[in-house]
Each structure stands twice: as structure tokens, then as C-alpha cells.
Design a protein around this ligand. Structure first.
Ligand SMILES: C[S@@+](CC[C@H](N)C(=O)[O-])C[C@H]1O[C@@H](n2cnc3c(N)ncnc32)[C@H](O)[C@@H]1O
Length: 253
């Protein structure tokens, strides 16, 4: 193991796992190592789910109370969560392990990542292989409450500046975001309205420098954006909300 680390393999590939939000996440050779800063993305998504579950429980209790005013416990619908560009499935696995019960779907284009995510997510959700939304079941259209995405966002020219652990031992498709780094984010945002439920949220990790362009992309595609940051983890996430009266750009409302 020491020899493998000395030649440059990421520690997590040598060990076969990474710690992420307190979970031990399997990381196979070539698969993107979940970064500490992405814990912020996972926690933001978990907090939105917690709030949504609390809101649903309150509404359910009010409805059930009806004329008697008695608050009966109704089983609230489980929020639908999609972890797109899931890599090892670290973010989805954390959300599946959190206290809020969810219906989890994850997808990635890299077969090695998909195999790894299936192990990490287990019976907590379903993992699909393919290009962005393509492999997801059609029945999810217009029903996704939280769409959480850590897509590649390194500008092509900057890949050569990454440490060898990333540059050599992680797959190019996990890193390369095109000329300005935002190619995949733009494609995700362009189709988000069609998949999100009214009031649903798209959360994308980005960098402080790229955030203004991520925000503009969200707004261009009908999402109301806001930026949240964590200085300790050097993490930036843009959260876009689908307006409750928005159609999905196919004419449906
Ligand atoms: C930066 S890594 C993030 C992985 C994981 N979400 C995490 O935070 O650890 C980006 C992931 O996006 C996947 N990816 C890149 N292009 C994709 C595409 N067009 N469709 C689906 N997944 C894609 C890569 O295979 C890689 O696993």
C-alpha cells in the first residue's frame, strides 16, 4: 500500500474507501474520490429534505385534522431525490442514510462509477448508467423534489494544473467541464424544469469564481437561483428553485 501511495495513487484508491459525512464510501480505481467540500452540497440537500418533510408532515396533520381539528398522523409522501453525475454515489448514500425517508435515484455515465455507486447505495436507491437524465425512468418527469449534482466543472485547460492524484488517477470524464468548466452544468440546468416538481430544487456544486455564471445559467433556464457558501470547506453551491407556477417547457404545468 505504501508503494502504491508513493507512486501517486490517491490514498482513497489505495485504501478502497473514503470518509464522507461520517460514512465509509467505497471508491474503486479510476472513480472520482468524493471531496471534503462536497459534504457541504450533501448537507444543503439534506437540510432541504428535512424542511420539506417537516412541511409535509404539518400539512398532512392539518388535512387529517379536518373538521374535528384532531391531528392524525398521515404517512407523508417520500420526497423524490436524484443524484446526477453520482460518481461513487457518496452524496446519494448520505441522503439515503439521513433520517428523512426518500426515494433515491442516481445516475452516472461511467460504468465503473455506476458499479461503485450500486455498492454504496445498496437497497437505499436505484442507480442508472447513461448520459445525464437519459437513463432515468420517465415516470420521474415533473416529480423530482431535490436534484443534487456535482458535475465535472474543471475548465479543460486547468486539468493540467491539477495534482497528479486527480490528473492521472481519476477519469477525465469526472473532471473535464469544457472550455469554461460549465458545459455539463448548462446541460443539467437546461432540462431541470422538465424533471423538477413545482417548487423542486436543483443544487449544483461550483466554484466561487464560476458561481456568477452558474447563477446566470440557472436564471436563463427558469430557475430562481441563490448562492450558499462555506468558507471552512471552500465550497460553493448554487440552489435553483422551480417556480410553483412554472411549466416544464413542454407546455405542461
Ligand atoms: C466531479 S465527479 C463527482 C462525483 C460525485 N457526485 C461526487 O461528488 O463524488 C463528476 C461525475 O460526473 C460523471 N459524468 C460526467 N459527465 C457525465 C454525463 N454526461 N452524464 C452522467 N454523468 C457524467 C463522471 O463520470 C463523474 O463520476
Amino acid at each position: 500500500m505504501v508503494e502504491r501511495r508513493i507512486v501517486g495513487l490517491p490514498l482513497e484508491h489505495v485504501l478502497g474507501w473514503a470518509e464522507f459525512c461520517g460514512l465509509r464510501v467505497a471508491v474503486d480505481p479510476g472513480v472520482f474520490v468524493p471531496r471534503r467540500r462536497t459534504e457541504f452540497l450533501a448537507r444543503q440537500a439534506a437540510e432541504l429534505l428535512r424542511q420539506a418533510a417537516a412541511g409535509q408532515a404539518r400539512r398532512g396533520a392539518c388535512r387529517a385534522g379536518g373538521r374535528t381539528g384532531r391531528a392524525l398522523a398521515l404517512a407523508p409522501a417520500r420526497p423524490v431525490v436524484v443524484d446526477l453525475c453520482c460518481g461513487s454515489g457518496a452524496v446519494g448514500a448520505v441522503l439515503a442514510a439521513a433520517r428523512t425517508e426518500i426515494d433515491l435515484y442516481a445516475a452516472d455515465i461511467d460504468p465503473a462509477a455506476v458499479r461503485c455507486a450500486r455498492r454504496n447505495i445498496g437497497s437505499g436507491g436505484s442507480v442508472y448508467e447513461g448520459d445525464l437524465y437519459d437513463p432515468l425512468p420517465d415516470t420521474l418527469r415533473g416529480r423530482v423534489d431535490v436534484l443534487v449534482v456535482n458535475a465535472p466543472y474543471v475548465p479543460t485547460e486547468a486539468i493540467g494544473l491539477l495534482p497528479p492524484e486527480a490528473r492521472i488517477y481519476e477519469s477525465r470524464v469526472a473532471l473535464d467541464g469544457g472550455v469554461d468548466g460549465l458545459d455539463i452544468q448548462r446541460r443539467v440546468a437546461a432540462d431541470a424544469l422538465a424533471w423538477l416538481a413545482p417548487g423542486g430544487r436543483l443544487l449544483i456544486e461550483t466554484s466561487e469564481r464560476q458561481a456568477p455564471r452558474t447563477v446566470a445559467t440557472f436564471a436563463d433556464h427558469g430557475l430562481a437561483p441563490r448562492v450558499v457558501e462555506c468558507d471552512d470547506l471552500d465550497a460553493t453551491v448554487v440552489i435553483g428553485t422551480k417556480p410553483t407556477n412554472a411549466g416544464d417547457r413542454t407546455g405542461r404545468v
